[in-house]
Design a protein around this ligand. Structure first.
Ligand code: EPZ
Length: 417
């Protein structure tokens, strides 16, 4: 098994360039199949989720070439196929092929999706929306079958501003007859990124990025192209690393307004942050103020940064409260931070952190993607050596994380256990 081994307390200085967003690319690749011709995607992160989705493209008969962060996908000879369990369960985002295949063929057969174990993660909002568009949904064992004579535009209200449901229903509606509206839509930046690709193909989507999205169905979609936006969660993770143990660490290629909530919280903690064009320059302050954090849908504080910022809260003098409102089980990192010396108590979805506590290196396990990233951050600031197991979770969402951190002074390496 591979392990990440980190010798802590090495000051981080230099520049980290942010990659394309995981939560964009995992929707853009399924969206690409909607074109009758194909698509070119730029700034594609070389992470395992990208490879998992390319495997599904190949099952569907798409020709694709992925080189130097650019994917070219030719859909002219693709065929509808069952998306088998071994592929579908590799990641949650395989479910975007439901909306895409239903829109393209009025039929889709796909096994249940996978994803981080951070909660039950039902897809009822997706299913209800597909039904509103005229699809019949059949569950056979742990496989979904979606079929429709014809998809017709509908008015869809989401009980919760779900990112996945918003994108999946946008995909399903682009070729439906007539107009579809999605109300209480999610506003995460990745949604506008997907709409940008679809509109480049000739789709008629307006309002993406707001809570009201309108889609006018079209018959044909031509070759599309889009540049994947920078990953706001990767940006936030490295900015927190700089706040923990950086000296003028430059995190470049970011979109500031996509991480406003984090920057505001770091400011409240007394972290030294300078903004320079599309970069943030961050240094460890003399001390940190304890704060409270509550996760919300965009533009609120992102749930994906709640675990990473917890490491910073362990270094703040006083009591910090972190309330997770999006998922029911996002505390996989806590037992391991406690093993490293953190004083955290959890009550349901709320973590209370008493600081400041020095952290010491230990052997730990990544339970999910963001918990894994959190343990990397803890290892960087801990005294001694930290060994992280099950690092495949981390490699799903952080392109070249080891190289990026080594380049700015971290003592981090992958070893075969
Ligand atoms: C996306 O997940 C991201 N994943 C998540 O990032 C992110 O945490 C989440 O959005 C919120 O921002 C991808 O984009 C691949 P949701 P998604 O639908 O779409 C419940 C990471 O670490 N819900 O907004 O699954 C659901 O259980 C990952 O990169 C239903 O109840 O998130 C959750 O509690 C983790 N029924 C809440 O809504 C549904 O039909 C938010 O889910 C759909 C969702």
């Amino acid at each position: 098994m591979k392990q990440l081994v980190i010798k802590g307390k090495k000051e981080l200085n230099g520049e980290i360039k942010i990659s394309g967003a995981k939560n964009s690319i995992v929707a853009l690749i399924p969206a690409a199949i909607l074109s009758d011709e194909g698509a070119t995607l730029y700034n594609v992160p070389n992470i395992s989720d990208t490879k998992s989705l390319i495997d599904i493209l190949e099952v569907l008969g798409c020709k694709q070439e992925y080189r130097d962060e650019v994917i070219t996908i030719d859909t002219s000879n693709m065929k509808n196929k069952v998306i088998e369990e071994n592929l579908a369960k590799k990641l949650r985002a395989s479910y975007y092929f439901m909306g895409a295949l239903l829109a393209k063929y009025n039929y889709a057969e796909i096994y249940f999706p996978g994803g981080c174990n951070i909660g039950t993660r039902p897809i009822n909002f997706h299913i209800n929306g597909f039904k509103k568009l005229g699809a019949e949904v059949i569950i056979e064992g742990n496989k979904y079958i979606f079929k429709a004579d014809k998809l017709k535009g509908a008015s869809i209200y989401l009980d919760f501003a779900s990112v996945g449901a918003t994108i999946n229903l946008m995909l399903a509606a682009v070729k439906a007859e007539g107009k579809t509206t999605i109300s209480n839509a999610a506003k995460e930046p990745e949604i506008a990124n997907v709409a940008e690709l679809l509109n480049s193909m000739g789709a008629k989507i307006s309002g993406a990025g707001t809570s009201e999205i309108t889609i006018e169905g079209v018959k044909h979609l031509k070759w599309g192209k889009v540049t994947v936006i920078p990953d706001r969660i990767e940006s936030g993770t490295y900015i927190i690393a700089g706040a923990l143990i950086g000296k003028n660490l430059k995190v470049s290629g970011i979109i500031e307004e996509n991480i406003e909530a984090l920057l505001s919280k770091l400011n409240d903690m007394g972290v030294d942050i300078k903004k320079e064009n599309d970069s943030i320059i961050v240094s460890k302050p003399k001390e940190y103020k304890a704060i409270n954090v509550k996760t919300l849908v965009f533009p609120g504080f992102p749930t994906d940064l709640a675990q990473p910022i917890t490491v910073l809260l362990t270094q703040a003098k006083g009591t910090s409260i972190l309330e997770e409102t999006i998922y029911e089980n996002r505390m996989g990192h806590v037992p391991y931070l406690q093993k490293m010396g953190a004083k955290i108590t959890v009550n349901d979805r709320t973590a209370t952190i008493e600081g400041a506590t020095p952290l010491k290196g230990a052997e730990v396990v990544a339970t999910d993607l963001r918990a894994g990233a959190t343990l990397v951050l803890a290892g960087l600031v801990a005294d001694g050596t930290t060994k992280i197991n099950e690092i495949e979770h981390i490699l799903r969402g952080y392109e070249y994380i080891v190289e990026k951190l080594q380049n700015v002074g971290a003592d981090i390496r992958v070893v075969e256990e």
